[in-house]
Design a protein around this ligand. Structure first.
Ligand SMILES: [Mg+2]
Length: 319
């Protein structure tokens, strides 16, 4: 059965611009997709590219969606090139949701990693998140001087109640010697640190491998595995640590689920700051994969709008 394809670009300003390794990010831009079959049933998806993270650019995704508008055969929609992982993900999700209504995401704090502010603000903020029910916390590192952050790490771990887990995320910003110091410090805090995320940039895969063999604390790849193609590459090169997967930009959901489940990869599913449409897809994926680790969807209220309370149809009408 053919499908009628429509798309709508959206712009969503952050309450406060996000500091990224590539400068300030002030507006989340993406594309909502709507597929309607010949029986009149619709499904929604979302392409939410993060080009500096390894997906296609928004302009490329928009170009592609433009070419897709109108009637399409399902096989055409299932043959989007791997160079467009966010489009694959969005169209794949829309195809699935034409077939079956996706439940609104149920986010239980205990199963979600709470996001701590960088620096010493984390030393107070964890209490708020703990009260909300979070038991896993993520803290950005490599933001201030190493010595200072290692001191803050000690203080944070000293304060955290038993049962709390801390994820450290360096966003690929450390040097090898620094990364080794972090891992040594983590090894000296047994049972407290869940993993160190992406200490080195993706280009330094071999060094990441070596570090993962030298220390007890697991290393998680994030920037290294933005798309399914990259995930396959890292797996083929023998990565046996954790993989952080952003379903919204990682390619066709069904292929992703199969790849992860066939190899029983140790994964964390994580947000790409998508809207509720993309998040429903990510949660559906989580139900299929059943990861043992807390979900990386504790992004808090980054946007000053009511989008998260809207259904897919309502959001489509609102943009
Ligand atoms: Mg990360």
């Amino acid at each position: 059965m053919r499908l009628w394809v429509e798309y709508r670009p959206y712009e969503r300003p952050f309450c406060q611009p996000l500091q990224t390794a590539h400068g300030l990010w002030s507006v989340r831009q993406g594309i909502l997709l709507k597929l309607t079959n010949e029986a009149g049933r619709s499904g929604y998806g979302e392409a939410a590219p993060i080009p500096w993270f390894g997906s296609e650019s928004l302009a490329t995704a928009l170009d592609f969606c433009q070419g897709l508008g109108g009637w399409q055969e399902p096989r055409q929609l299932q043959a989007i090139p791997p160079a467009l992982p966010a489009c694959q993900s969005g169209v794949g999700l829309a195809l699935t949701s034409v077939e079956a209504l996706l439940d609104p995401p149920k986010l239980i704090p205990k199963e979600i990693c709470g996001l701590l502010p960088a620096g010493k603000a984390a030393l107070d903020q964890w209490r708020v998140l703990w009260k909300q029910g979070h038991r896993t916390f993520k803290w950005k590192v490599g933001v201030e001087a190493l010595d200072l952050e290692l001191e803050q790490l000690q203080a944070l771990v000293r304060d955290l109640p038993p049962g709390a887990q801390l994820r450290l995320d360096a966003n690929g910003g450390l040097g090898e010697a620094e990364a080794a110091q972090w891992l040594k410090a983590c090894d000296a805090l047994p049972g407290k640190i869940e993993f160190l995320e992406q200490p080195l940039p993706p280009e330094q895969f071999e060094a990441l491998q070596q570090l993962s063999q030298r220390y007890q604390t697991p290393i998680a790849l994030d920037e290294s595995v933005a798309s399914l193609t990259q995930l396959e590459n890292c797996w083929r090169q023998g990565w046996s640590g954790v993989y952080v997967i952003k379903p919204a930009i990682c390619g066709y959901p069904a292929e992703l689920v199969q790849f992860i489940c066939d190899r029983t990869l140790d994964v964390v599913l994580s947000s790409a700051l998508e809207t509720g449409v993309g998040r429903r897809g990510a949660m559906a994926l989580a139900q299929q994969i059943q990861p043992s680790r807390a979900l990386g969807f504790g992004t808090g209220s980054l946007f000053d709008d009511d989008w998260d309370s809207l259904s897919a149809e309502q959001l489509w009408a609102a943009v």
